[in-house]
Write a protein that binds this ligand. Structure first.
Ligand code: 5GP
Ligand code: ZN
Length: 114
């Protein structure tokens, strides 16, 4: 685990966060600066810097992130719809270099995003 990675430290319990779902392979937390009434982050427990750094061996884990996002969305009462976002790299707006899926819901989303 990179010792300077914020999300690795959250997953390890070294930095507090509101955990809403946790398995052996992934953790879902509340975003500290929510951009919607419900704003969760789904994190692989294993450090992967971004989608661009993911390897073929991560295929099942990447699929599990999306499937879990759907399950958690239902649990959070987002049956009417929600948005999943994966910011990737500097131009993609990624600010934390540990792959994460944003789950946003509780309001109507606009398109295109900024
Ligand atoms: P990115 O910009 O990399 O796609 O998303 C990073 C997200 O992490 C942002 O939405 C930001 O609000 C969130 N974030 C940054 N620091 C923390 C923190 O310490 N705790 C939690 N729960 N979320 C954080
Ligand atoms: Zn990490």
């Amino acid at each position: 685990m990179p010792t300077n990675c914020l999300f690795c430290q959250i997953i390890a319990g070294q930095i507090p966060a509101t955990v809403v779902h946790r398995t052996e392979r992934l953790t879902a937390i509340r975003d500290i600066n929510p951009a919607a009434p419900t704003h969760l982050l789904l994190l692989p427990n294993e450090h992967i810097g971004s989608v661009a750094e993911a390897q073929p061996a991560h295929a099942a884990l990447l699929g599990e992130l999306l499937l879990t996002a759907a399950v958690v969305a239902q649990q959070q009462g987002l049956g009417g719809g929600y948005r999943l976002v994966i910011n990737t790299g500097a131009d993609g707006g990624q600010t934390v270099q540990h792959l994460h899926v944003h789950l946003l819901g509780g309001r109507a989303m606009r398109w295109p995003p900024g």
